[in-house]
Design a protein around this ligand. Structure first.
Ligand SMILES: C[S@@+](CC[C@H](N)C(=O)[O-])C[C@H]1O[C@@H](n2cnc3c(N)ncnc32)[C@H](O)[C@@H]1O
Length: 232
């Protein structure tokens, strides 16, 4: 019984992925497996699920660490940051909230586990909540009406997580996200990319196009982060 159930699940997954149903024929399940696969495919097409990040990233990435170093080097305090990709460590938000910085951060995570970490963190440390808000969401579904202006915007993970699912529910393109967040950067503010991102090759043409479409200037690198400034 258990073996039969397992086989059905594997066959269904295999069929959904475009595989054949030879095993299903052997089990006498061809019709059933086909019908189930058809109905799941229809459901995925008509009611696509959110493209969540199914991990809890707890190792602080060098981009996040270098951003905080850069802020300190520039002696930036009391500013506002939009941060794409909080991680489960919430390093940028908690570091920026410290009394010596008091930089306000709005972070976004597509990971339910990372968001749970945030809830645990600010429940224990309400002083962090005042300066650091994290939302569970999808960067590709940003709504300009729900965003204020920021002094700094991080786009470290641009082009890393967009998938076919994103198209299925009408998510924005990477260029559209980059443009929108640039429009939400105050004149003279900063926009950051991450040159060691695994998707940086994909991001390069997006950045090149963005440079043509928005009043931005590359002002340099700091270790692995690329720093742009929006015209004042
Ligand atoms: C590899 S982790 C890096 C986290 C952190 N920046 C660091 O370097 O340690 C990628 C982050 O991007 C977030 N992410 C992935 N897809 C996303 C999406 N579509 N919208 C918003 N955040 C997303 C994940 O939730 C996660 O926090």
């Amino acid at each position: 019984m258990f073996e039969n159930w397992l086989s059905r699940r594997h066959l269904l997954a295999h069929t959904l992925a475009g595989g054949g149903v030879a095993g299903a024929t052997y089990l006498g399940l061809t019709h059933e497996v086909h019908a189930e696969a058809r109905s799941k495919k229809t459901e995925q097409a008509t009611n696509p699920k959110l493209n969540t990040y199914d991990d809890n990233w707890v190792t602080r990435g060098e981009c996040d660490i270098e951003l905080v170093e850069w802020l300190d080097q520039q002696r930036i305090t009391d500013a506002s940051v939009y941060h794409f990709g909080t991680g489960g460590h919430h390093y940028v938000g908690t570091e920026c909230a410290k009394p010596a910085r008091r930089i306000s951060v709005l972070g976004i995570t597509a990971s339910p586990q990372e968001y749970q970490n945030y809830v645990r963190l600010v429940t224990r440390r309400p002083e962090v909540l005042r300066y650091y808000n994290a939302v569970f969401g999808d960067i590709y579904l940003l709504n300009e009406k729900l965003l204020p202006s920021f002094d700094l915007v991080t786009l470290f993970h641009i082009c890393e997580f967009r998938g076919p699912q994103t198209d299925a529910y009408g998510g924005m393109t990477d260029l559209a996200v980059t443009n929108l967040l640039t429009d939400k950067t105050r004149p003279g503010g900063y926009i950051f990319f991450y040159t060691s991102s695994f998707a940086f090759d994909k991001a390069k043409p997006v950045i090149a196009q963005w440079e043509k479409e928005r009043p931005v200037e590359r002002i340099g690198d700091y270790k692995s982060i690329l720093v742009y400034r929006k015209a004042a």
